[in-house]
Design a protein around this ligand. Structure first.
Ligand code: SAM
Length: 262
């Protein structure tokens, strides 16, 4: 005999839905290719800080995947930090992320930061954050930097201030190619003007996106040169010289890359 759900059973019915909802495992966090590449540079077990965390997807992903045990998530603004707290709550990671409302690394101690990600910000902001925390150029530390702009200035600044770029990764999202810099304290051989723009070219196993990146950079430099071609302002002279040097270097890199592409 089947029974209709009576009034007495209704609360049990809702309790069952509630419990089921509670125990349903949350889906794994999916990162964009750009953030996935940043995550891939974080050494397992590192005390990790995500500067400018916004939604905290990066630390949440690393915790969920068991790459790290604990993270500091910092942001300059209250709104993004609230979003970060919300992500941590949703994925049950609230106890394992420490939230800091601060400018850059100002609210973080060196001991908490074996690996630091600064992603999705302008190169100038990244420089300002590192310059204000000179301890980042000391010890066994990994800095994973993903600038949205001003890459030539950032590479040159790193080289001149006690940081070494270990490797560079490229990732494409839509029409944009993002560069991820994997950096450590230390010395690196000087970069030429073209290398400041395009990164050092690895011989042999190049990144599959390198060719597209160089083509894009060449067009950018040619456009910039076109803009000052007829300028007789004295301040444009060194800029024109630098751009010409970059153009020559980038063309040589493209040639070298073509020569070793099968
Ligand atoms: C575009 S979001 C990037 C979020 C995430 N890191 C990513 O790559 O997807 C930039 C975040 O950096 C924060 N931010 C900007 N300047 C900052 C600073 N000086 N210190 C800390 N956070 C900063 C902003 O509030 C914002 O939440």
């Amino acid at each position: 005999m089947t029974r209709k759900k009576g009034a007495a059973e209704a609360p049990l019915f809702f309790l069952d839905i509630f419990l089921r909802k509670k125990v349903t495992p949350l889906r794994p966090i999916q990162l964009s290719p750009r953030l996935q590449a940043v995550a891939g540079c974080v050494p397992p077990g590192a005390r990790f800080v995500d500067v400018g965390t916004d939604h905290a997807y990066l630390p949440a992903y690393l915790l969920q995947q068991g790459v790290i045990d604990h993270a500091v998530a910092s942001d300059l603004r209250q709104g993004p930090l609230e979003r970060a707290r919300e992500t941590a709550r949703r994925y049950g990671l609230g106890e394992r992320i420490s939230f800091r409302l601060c400018d850059g690394l100002s609210g973080v101690s060196p001991e908490e930061a074996q690996a630091v990600a600064i992603a999705g910000m302008g190169g100038e902001t990244i420089i300002a954050i590192l310059a204000a925390a000179p301890w980042t150029r000391l010890g066994e530390r990994r800095l994973i930097l993903q600038p949205m702009s001003t890459l030539p200035e950032l590479r040159a600044w790193l080289q001149g201030h006690g940081y070494a770029i270990r490797r560079e990764l490229l990732r494409q999202e839509g029409h944009t190619i993002y560069t991820i810099l994997d950096v450590m304290p230390g010395e690196m051989p000087p970069l030429s003007p073209a290398e400041c723009w395009a990164g050092r070219q690895e011989t042999g196993r190049g990144d599959p996106l390198r060719s597209a990146l160089l083509e894009h950079l060449q067009k950018r430099v040619e456009r910039a040169l076109g803009g000052i071609a007829h300028s007789d302002r004295p301040e444009d002279v060194p800029w024109r010289r630098e751009l010409e040097e970059v153009l020559t270097g980038v063309k040589a890199m493209r040639k070298e890359l073509e020569a070793c592409t099968p």
